[in-house]
Ligand binder design. Structure first.
Ligand code: AMP
Length: 525
């Protein structure tokens, strides 16, 4: 039997872990790195680079170096999130053949699952090299806030990389599993505050006696450490304009250097009260080369980022409210994600929950550790822990005026079946369109369209008279089956919704073949 692994596929970094001697263990690369930068690049001489090698050359090859692909995975090109990202990254983002967002790299458009597959393949190879064994399967983590399309796109990425997905689990749930392993078996109520490179999540979980139940979760897939980096970048751009009268935004290479320097300064300011940014030969102006030097104080950084941290605290308040809990009932607050190392974050979390957050676990590695534990439990013949997860986003259909009618509200435990009655909106209507959406917005169009079908042949009657029952049946893997029924006639249509990852089966097969060939080529080298 091969080994199982857990992979935390992060916006900034990816981490892989496995169980060794009954304990989760983060697997280092052959050069000793415990984190794989989530970077992919194609060089001028058409070489493919992944991880640390891709990141290292990002300054000189910004247009062909893809980072933060997780922000785009499973998203349609025309969504606000994609358009916002397009403004911020040096590489091109284009519309794919299935309305999906794709990136331009090495002169070609590439799908996001394919980019993520390269990163997953790197993680698999690191694990395989270290464990000296085949990898039988993996648990891969995603933010609790990922919708069906984003989850499916992650599964497709794994398939392209030749990895069998044992389960997709939510990042906070994985953190709780890893944390609980180190605790006694008593019942505990914990809050997992996860502030990573690209996303923020807060989840409230209860565990004890081998049962893990997620009570409530909320977050923002567009709030992370990178937004803090952008605040520093904007601050420097303004300062640069004032002192040198030039707009650095026009210089792609300078912007890339600035991005790296901003993140470095931010990280330094977690342990120091001031950080120096020194960028010689940053750009060329009519007066010649410009060298840029400045000192940023921690207080300045905290001023720049304070509203972002406040946003996370507001989400914590809402989550506790929807779980019907008081903050004093929380036994332990666990910090996950690199951005939680910032002193302001620790201070604000401490003030809000009125207790010192638990910092005994490594925020960069705990998610992968939890995924490794879960993967091991799935294939282990021993009785495993019971995981009760929830839907972080509501599921429903579009009704009159484009409104979103919830059928499964957010924070409902899965598996679940729910039915709601609807009717017609005009006289003698003999068909209704059932458009299924996922999200927490009031208007259907502001949520994610999962799929649609038509219930035809319904009893012709005055508007408002027919009884149409729509049932949603979601299993514990998050697969949704939708049934619409004309209750007067008994006619029924059932559709199992396949999430739209942005790729079809043929494309996945072709990409998988390409990747297997590349893997063989690398092995032979
Ligand atoms: P993750 O997605 O969990 O890998 O978190 C990555 C984010 O954490 C990036 O935005 C990093 O800049 C940030 N980060 C990592 N270390 C630190 C640190 N010591 N202080 C502040 N932010 C950090």
């Amino acid at each position: 039997m091969g080994k199982t692994i857990g992979i935390d596929l992060g916006t900034t970094n990816t981490c892989v872990a496995a169980m060794l001697n009954g304990k989760p263990f983060v697997i280092p690369s052959s050069t000793g790195n415990r984190l794989i930068p989530s970077y992919f690049a194609v060089t001028n001489d058409e070489k493919t680079l992944v991880g640390v090698r891709a990141k290292r050359q990002s300054i000189t090859n910004p247009k062909n170096t893809i980072f933060a692909a997780k922000r785009l995975i499973g998203r349609r090109y025309d969504t606000r999130e994609v358009q916002v990202t397009k403004e911020k990254v040096p590489y091109g983002i284009v519309q794919g053949p299935h309305e999906d967002a794709r990136v331009m790299c090495g002169g070609k458009s590439m799908s996001i699952p394919e980019i993520c597959a390269y990163i997953l393949l790197e993680a698999k190879n690191v694990a395989q090299g270290f464990l000296e064994d085949e990898i039988e399967g993996a648990c891969i983590t995603v933010p609790a806030y990922f919708n069906e399309n984003q989850r499916q796109a992650t599964i497709d990425a794994a398939e392209i990389a030749g990895l069998k997905v044992l389960r997709i689990i939510n990042e906070p749930t994985a953190s709780a599993l890893a944390y609980a392993q180190k605790r006694s078996k008593k019942r505990e109520l914990i809050a997992v505050y996860d502030f990573g490179g690209g996303t923020f999540d807060i989840s409230i979980l209860e565990f004890g006696e081998g049962v893990y139940e997620v009570l409530s979760t909320a977050g923002n897939t567009y709030l992370g450490g990178e937004d803090i980096d952008n605040r520093i970048i904007n601050y420097i751009l303004e300062d640069f304009k004032k002192t040198h009268g030039a707009d650095l935004m026009q210089d792609v290479m300078a912007m890339q250097r600035l991005k790296e320097a901003a993140e470095r300064a931010k990280i330094e300011l977690s342990s120091q009260t001031e950080a120096t940014i020194s960028l010689p030969f940053l750009t060329e102006t009519s007066q010649g080369s410009v060298h840029y030097n400045t000192v940023i104080m921690r207080s300045k950084l905290e001023e720049l980022m304070s509203d972002l941290v406040e946003n996370t605290i507001q989400i914590c308040k809402d989550t506790l409210g929807s779980a019907g809990l008081k903050k004093t009932e929380i036994d332990e607050v666990i910090l996950v994600g690199g951005q939680t190392r910032a002193p302001l974050v620790i201070k604000k979390v401490n003030e809000f929950f009125e207790k010192q957050p638990n910092r005994s676990i490594n925020p960069d590695e705990v998610v992968a550790e939890g995924a490794a534990i879960h993967a091991y439990n799935i294939v282990s013949p021993l009785p495993s822990n019971i995981l009760i997860d929830i839907t972080a986003l509501s599921l429903g259909i579009q009704t009159k005026g484009g409104m979103f009618a919830e059928i499964i509200p957010r924070n409902t435990s899965v598996p679940v079946t729910k039915t709601r009655k609807f009717t017609t909106t005009y006289d003698n209507q003999d068909a209704v369109r059932i458009a299924v959406y996922q999200g927490n917005a009031e208007m259907a169009d502001d949520n994610e369209l999962l799929g649609e079908f038509v219930l035809s042949d319904i009893r012709r009657a005055k508007k408002g008279e027919p009884n149409i029952e729509v049932s949603f049946d979601m299993n514990s893997e998050g697969i949704l089956k939708v049934t619409a029924k004309d209750a007067d006639r008994g006619t029924e249509q059932t559709v199992t919704l396949e999430a739209a990852s942005g790729l079809n089966a043929d494309e996945i097969t072709a990409m998988k073949k390409k990747m297997t060939a590349l893997e063989l080529e690398l092995k032979e080298q």
